[in-house]
Design a protein around this ligand. Structure first.
Ligand code: FAD
Ligand code: NAD
Length: 477
C-alpha cells in the first residue's frame, strides 16, 4: 500500500494519539476496516511498563518489554497509517491534529496537519515535578525506556567514580547514596530492584563499595504505597528495613541541587526543619502531570474549565463538552487511578463502542434503503420489505445495547525486592491481601501472562534465567 495518506471518502477518519496501554488496547480489538485509522505517536512501540523498573538494573533487557507498533498494525485487516510524530496541538473547532516529527533524522517535511472526524486522545502523562527547582536538571525519571537506560548507566557511573583513586570518604558516601523520591509503586519497585542488584551482584563484583552503598526512599506522606491496605504497607516497610533500604516518610523534597536534595522533615514534636541529603543518583517518581497538548485542548473546551488533572470524560469516555473526541488512560479523568489496568480496559471498551457504531451506521443505511424500497414496492411485496425493516430494527436494538464503561478492578500488585511482592487482589466478591515469596511467584506469573506477545514472554523468561545464572551485567554502556 502507498505510504501517502489516501483516506476512503466513504469512511470516517479516526485519529488515535499515542501507542501506550490505552491506544494499543483499542487498536488490538478495533475492526479497522470500518474507518480510515491513523495513529500518531513519537514512540513506534508499545512498552510494558510494569517491568520497566527491572530494566534499570539489567534484570530484564529493555527490548524484551517493547513491541513494535508496526508488528501490531500489520496483523490488522485493513491498512492503518502510523506516523512517528508528536501531536503538538489539537484544534478542536477545525478538527485538525498538528503533528511534528521530532526524531533525529530530519526529512524535508517535519510538521503536518491531520484532519479527523473522530479523535482518541491517549497520550498518557508527564512526570510531575511540582515546579520544584532542580528536579528536571539533576534527577532521573522512570517512565520511558530511555529513563531506565539512563538510570542503569548512572548507577554504574556512581560505583566507578566512587572507586576512583584517592576519592575522599565523604565523597564516596555521597556517590554511593542512591536516593529515590516518591513512595508510590514506581519508587518502591525501583528501590527494591536496586537493592537486589546491590545484594546479588554489585557487592560481589565491586566489594570495595559494600560498606557505603545505601538506598533511601523519600516520601512526603506518613507512609509509602497509599493505594495498598494497611497490612501490606506495614509489610513493605518492615521488609525494606530487613533489606536495609531506608524509608524517610514525612520528608518533603523542596529543592534539588547537583549533589544534594533539600527536604522538609518533621520532628516527633511536630516542628519542621530543612535537611540536606547528599546523593550520587537521584530518581524522581512523584507521579503524573498533564501534557501540554492536553492542557491546550482543555483550554479550548468551556466544559473543561474546572478540570485540573486531565480531560474529564463521561461514562462513554467522550471528552465532556466535545463531540467525537474520546480520551483514555492517564490523560483522562474518569474517577479511576492512572494505571495500565484502567487504560487497557478503557481502550478495549472504545474498540467495542467503535465497532458497534460502525455496525449501527451500516444497519441504519440498510434501513434507509429498505424504507425507500417500501415506498415504491407493489402492495404484495410491501409486507416482506416491512418484515425486513423490523428485523433490522431488532438488530439495531441488540447492537445498541452496549452499556457505559465500567471498570473491573483485578487488584494491585507491586514488587518490593528480595523476591517478595505485595498484592491486594479481588477474589470473587472479596479481597485478598498477601505479601511474601508466594506473592512474588504470583507477581512473576501474572506479569508474564500479561506481556504483550509470546516473543516478549520468552525474552523476559530468558532475561530472568540469564540474570540468575550469570548475574546482572555491570558494564557501563
Ligand atoms: P502511556 O502508556 O504512557 O502511553 C502514552 C503514549 O502516548 C506513548 O506512546 C507516548 O509516546 C505517546 N505520546 C506522548 N505524547 C504524545 C503526543 N504529544 N502526541 C502523540 N502521542 C504522544 N500500571 C499498572 O496497572 N500496573 C503496573 O504494574 C504498573 N507499573 C508501572 C511501572 C512504571 C515504571 C510506570 C512508569 C507506570 C506503571 N504503571 C502500572 C502505570 C501505567 O504504565 C500507566 O497508567 C499507563 O501506561 C497509562 O497508559 P496510557 O495509554 O494512558 O499512557
Ligand atoms: P504516585 O502518584 O503513586 O506516588 C507518588 C508519591 O510521591 C506520593 O506518595 C507522593 O506523596 C510522593 N511525593 C510527591 N511529591 C513529593 C516530594 N516533593 N517529596 C517527597 N515525596 C513526594 O506515583 P507513581 O508511583 O509514579 O505511580 C503513578 C501511577 O502509576 C499510579 O497510579 C500508580 O498506581 C501506577 N503504578 C502502578 C504500579 C503497580 O501497580 N505496580 C507501578 C508503578 C506505577
Amino acid at each position: 500500500p502507498s505510504e501517502q495518506f489516501d483516506p476512503d471518502p466513504n469512511k470516517k477518519t479516526l485519529v488515535i494519539l499515542g501507542t501506550g496501554w490505552g491506544s494499543v488496547s483499542l487498536l488490538k480489538k478495533l475492526d479497522t476496516e470500518n474507518y480510515n485509522v491513523v495513529v500518531v505517536s513519537p514512540r513506534n512501540y508499545f512498552l510494558f511498563t510494569p517491568l520497566l523498573p527491572s530494566c534499570t538494573v539489567g534484570t530484564i533487557e529493555h527490548r524484551s518489554i517493547m513491541e513494535p507498533i508496526r508488528n501490531i498494525l500489520r496483523h490488522k485487516k485493513a491498512n492503518v497509517k502510523y506516523y512517528e510524530a508528536e501531536a503538538t496541538k489539537i484544534d478542536y473547532e477545525k478538527r485538525i491534529v498538528y503533528a511534528r516529527d521530532d526524531s533525529e533524522i530530519k526529512g524535508d517535511i517535519m510538521t503536518t496537519e491531520i484532519p479527523f472526524d473522530m479523535l482518541v486522545v491517549g497520550v498518557g502523562a508527564e512526570n510531575a515535578t511540582f515546579g520544584i527547582p532542580g528536579v528536571r536538571e539533576h534527577s532521573c525519571f522512570l517512565k520511558e525506556v530511555g529513563d531506565a537506560q539512563k538510570i542503569r548507566k548512572q548507577i554504574m557511573d556512581c560505583v566507578e567514580t566512587a572507586s576512583f583513586k584517592d576519592q575522599s570518604d565523604e565523597e564516596i558516601k555521597r556517590l554511593l547514596h542512591m536516593v529515590v523520591v516518591g513512595g508510590g509503586p514506581t519508587g518502591v519497585e525501583f528501590a527494591g530492584e536496586l537493592q537486589d542488584f546491590f545484594m546479588e551482584d554489585l557487592q560481589k563484583w565491586v566489594p570495595s563499595i559494600k560498606a557505603n552503598f545505601h538506598v533511601t526512599l523519600v516520601e512526603a506522606l506518613p507512609n509509602v504505597l497509599p493505594m495498598f491496605s494497611k497490612q501490606l504497607i506495614d509489610y513493605t516497610e518492615s521488609s525494606f528495613k530487613e533489606e536495609h533500604i531506608q524509608i524517610r516518610t514525612k520528608t518533603m523534597v523542596k529543592n534539588v541541587t547537583d549533589k544534594y536534595i533539600e527536604a522538609e522533615t518533621q520532628s516527633p514534636d511536630g516542628s519542621k526543619q530543612i535537611e540536606k541529603i547528599p546523593y550520587g543518583l537521584l530518581v524522581w517518581a512523584t507521579g503524573n502531570a498533564l501534557r501540554p497538548v492536553v492542557k491546550d485542548l482543555m483550554s479550548q473546551i468551556p466544559a473543561q474549565a474546572k478540570a485540573r488533572r486531565g480531560l474529564e470524560v463521561n461514562e462513554y469516555l467522550v471528552v465532556n463538552g466535545a463531540e467525537n473526541v474520546w480520551a483514555v488512560g492517564d490523560c483522562a479523568i474518569a474517577n479511576y487511578a492512572p494505571t495500565a489496568q484502567v487504560a487497557a480496559q478503557e481502550g478495549a471498551f472504545l474498540a467495542r463502542l467503535f465497532n458497534t457504531m460502525a455496525k449501527t451506521d451500516a444497519i441504519e443505511a440498510e434501513m434507509r434503503e429498505l424504507s425507500a424500497k417500501q415506498a415504491t414496492a407493489k402492495p404484495d411485496d410491501r409486507k416482506a420489505v416491512l418484515e425486513e425493516i423490523n428485523e433490522r430494527q431488532r438488530q439495531l436494538r441488540r447492537v445498541k445495547q452496549i452499556g457505559a464503561f465500567s471498570y473491573s478492578h483485578q487488584g494491585s500488585l507491586a514488587y518490593i525486592g528480595a523476591e517478595k511482592a505485595v498484592a491486594d487482589v479481588s477474589w470473587f466478591s472479596g479481597n485478598i491481601a498477601s505479601g511474601g515469596t508466594m506473592t512474588y511467584l504470583f507477581w512473576k506469573s501474572a506479569y508474564l501472562s500479561m506481556c504483550f506477545s509470546t516473543r516478549n514472554r520468552i525474552l523476559v523468561i530468558f532475561d530472568w534465567a540469564k540474570a540468575k545464572a550469570f548475574g546482572r551485567d555491570v558494564s557501563r554502556e
